[in-house]
Write a new protein. Sequence first.
Length: 138
Amino acid sequence: MPRWGRTWTELLLDICLPRACAACRRDLEPPLEGPLCGDCMAALAPIAPPLCGFCGAPLRGSADCRRACRRDLPSLDAARAAFLYKAPLRQLLHAFKYAGSARAGAALAGWLAGLAPRHPILRRAEVVVPVPLHAVKL
């Protein structure tokens, strides 16, 4: 068994087909598996309380943005996200939605699954729906 606990085949594949970070496109050095390099993982901005009880947006004060949310999104019960929509999350979502990256999808699913214990409204959810791709972009 070679270094890092990887098989010779895996090491050969890493040399011939190196894995790249979904955000910055730098090669991922073993033992990193991806989809993000260490720098991009550190740059993810988790959404921390206080946040709106309806849309999940971070709040600057104690005021809830619920009225505007309910008016703008009347058919939605609640929404939550694991991270703010900015780099490198934006690039990771694009890798999943537009390039079909299974690694990106698995990472995103794991992070979202980790939200349920922290948000009681998600434990009561009957259905979780991803944001679909717009028909024009499809």
